[in-house]
Design a protein around this ligand. Structure first.
Ligand code: GCB
Length: 604
């Protein structure tokens, strides 16, 4: 097998394994898309990963040609090789696998992906990286037979440097596994579809040996006339200066870089036009190092709390929101493109929102970019959902890695005002400690945004109609946010009229969820479950109740569009969909849509 022998020789000559990094703003760099058709092999037994003694092929000193990542081919008619990439079927990337072929709909397990591509660098000294927007859930990544690394977490980007592995003709292979595990984040149990696959963009990008890798350019939360932050180079050639240019503000500063390749800066400017939903002003910011220019579109605003109020640029704002899952109902499947973002956020605008809660995990970059352009404030969230393993260090590390990647990716997004640490997690000492540590990590990276978590309410002892939030977690966050389903899981809609709230914190209150299910086109009186009338009545009565809650500062009802959920089995009504959408999965408006739209038009 000549081909295989050649590969093994090539591998042994390779340098150390590629490092995992997070380089900002990849879409604005010199990219080559690896999106499009990829080959795939469904591999429930992970035959391409383990030998018959259940030893991973890639852990062996001489990886066997039987590992699918080797992308080997028989060299003569007698060779035995039990896979054939070239004759394997094709799948589209980005995109979950579940709805590309019927056999994938409920599949949870491993699928191999392969892309071949030619590449030649623009200059011999340049460096090349591979960026994955997201892969759900675990990805083993190989280039030309060499393992680049493993990434866990289905909603955050990851990258590898491949400078020394690239050849003229390349084979990029991934084993993607979307099995759910108790130890993971999220854990076994959620209320959304576990879409598997390479769900976001795959891009190669090329850089000079030393280049601008990371930056944070924000207003000082205590001084709205001060633009402050840092710029970080990657590479060894740190002799030159770095320039920050915002042409519209006449800012053009040259900075010396320190020995770590970093600049910390502060610029005073009194002419800044502040970003807000009414004025989604984005400035072109150009960073240059030597002859390379990296551009970004950045808005400037401050966000803080004052007692029970949220202040955007110093002015009190109510968050008129809606919760959104990252799903395109027309195509059925994970949303990943600019067009998907336009569709979902366009609906939110039409509804009269100035704010969206992107639930329950970090959504794709296009959603964030579009929210900045359209003027929608954003709550971003990590999938610390329901009952994860609070005592498990591995679980904590996983959650922290996802939180860190989310914040790093979107730390220049003016639209993003809230990082949310968790959703409906049952209080305990271990959970409190877990979330306290997460809050500290978030604040150590970013002091310019608010922290939150969707908590729960409970009744006061002996007084079922008095609802309380009493949660140690409120010590670690800036907002008292909670989900409540009075009228749906908790009594009938009229129960809202008997309820009062006691919230013993001087912080803004956000109702991060309320709602009810309805099947579009199903009608009856307002006491008949699943009718549009029931849902509309739940909205009307909840909104009346919510208006009276002291310190109420915003809401994000559950949810914009019906979404796929494997927990929803009611035949003829749910059929695998959570029906709490204000829009059906065909994009049709239910009655409750108009109730909320009317509320946003006439209140706050
Ligand atoms: C919740 C969860 C959300 C569910 C929703 C429901 O409280 O946060 O993920 O989908 O309830 O519809 O039950």
């Amino acid at each position: 097998m000549k081909f295989i022998i050649f590969l093994l020789v090539a591998i042994s000559a390779l340098p150390a394994k590629a490092q995992s990094l997070l380089i900002m703003n990849v879409h604005e760099r010199d990219t080559t898309s690896l999106n499009g058709s990829w080959k795939y092999i469904i591999d429930p037994y992970e035959n391409g990963f383990y030998n018959y003694r259940y030893e991973p092929f890639d852990k062996q000193e001489n990886p066997s040609w039987a590992g699918y990542f080797m992308d080997a081919k028989p060299t003569n008619k007698s060779d035995l090789l039990e896979y054939d990439w070239d004759n394997s079927p094709e799948i589209k990337v980005p995109g979950d696998w579940n709805h590309q072929e019927e056999k994938f709909e409920y599949y949870e397990g491993s699928v191999w992906y392969r892309k071949t591509f030619s590449y030649s660098k623009e200059a011999a000294e340049n460096r090349v990286f591979i960026h994955f927007g997201a892969v759900n859930y675990e990805a083993h990544v190989y280039l030309n037979g060499e393992k680049l690394g493993v990434h866990k977490g289905g909603f955050t980007p990851f990258q590898f440097e491949v400078t020394n592995l690239l050849e003229e003709e390349n084979s990029l292979v991934l084993m993607v596994n979307n099995n759910r595990h108790a130890v993971d984040v999220p854990t076994l149990n959620t209320d959304w579809w576990n879409y598997g696959g390479i769900t976001r963009d795959v891009l190669l990008f090329e850089e000079k040996p030393t280049f601008i890798a990371d930056y944070m350019i924000q207003l000082n939360p205590r001084n709205p006339k001060e633009i402050t932050g840092f710029i970080q180079l990657n590479g060894n050639n740190l002799r030159s200066k770095l320039t920050l240019n915002i042409p519209e503000l006449d800012i053009n500063k040259r900075f010396s870089i320190n020995e770590k390749g970093r600049v910390d800066f502060s610029i005073i400017d009194s002419d800044i036009s502040y970003w807000s939903p009414d004025n989604p002003k984005l400035y072109t910011v150009k960073l240059s190092y030597r002859d390379e220019i990296l551009s970004d579109q950045i808005g400037f605003r401050t966000i803080k709390t004052d007692g029970g109020s949220i202040l955007l640029n110093g002015n009190k704002i109510y968050l008129k929101g809606i919760s959104i899952h990252e799903e395109n109902p027309y195509r059925i499947g994970r949303a990943y493109s600019k067009q998907d973002a336009e569709l979902l956020l366009g609906w939110a605008k039409e509804l009269g929102c100035n704010y969206v809660r992107l639930a329950h995990y970090p959504h794709n970059e296009h959603m964030i970019e579009m929210a900045n352009e359209m003027g929608l404030l954003v709550w971003e969230e990590v999938p610390v959902y329901w009952t994860i393993q609070w005592d498990n260090e591995e679980t904590y590390q996983n959650a922290e890695a996802q939180l860190t990647a989310m914040i790093n990716r979107d730390k220049n997004s003016a639209a993003t005002i809230i990082w949310s640490l968790a959703n409906e997690t049952p209080p305990s000492d271990a959970r409190n400690e877990f979330l306290r540590k997460l809050s500290e990590t978030a604040r150590s990276i970013d002091q310019t945004r608010l922290l939150s978590a969707a908590m729960e309410i409970h009744s006061k002892a002996g007084q079922p109609n008095i609802k309380m939030v009493e949660d140690k977690l409120t010590d670690y966050v800036d907002l008292v946010s909670f989900n409540q389903y009075i009228g749906w899981y908790d009594g009938l809609p009229s129960k809202t009229q008997e309820i009062s709230f006691k919230i013993p914190y001087d912080k803004p209150v956000i109702i991060s969820e309320f709602g009810a299910g309805a099947k579009k086109g199903f009608h009856g009186d307002s006491l008949t479950r699943w009718t549009e009338e029931y849902q509309a009545d739940t909205y009307e009565k909840n909104l009346e109740m919510i208006k009276e809650i002291p310190n109420i500062a915003g809401i994000s009802p559950w949810i914009l569009v019906d979404f796929r959920s494997p927990r929803r089995h009611l035949a003829k009504i749910q059929d695998g969909w959570n029906r709490k959408g204000l829009l059906s999965n065909a994009g049709e408006k239910k009655q409750a849509w108009y109730v909320l739209q009317n509320f946003y038009e006439n209140n706050w």
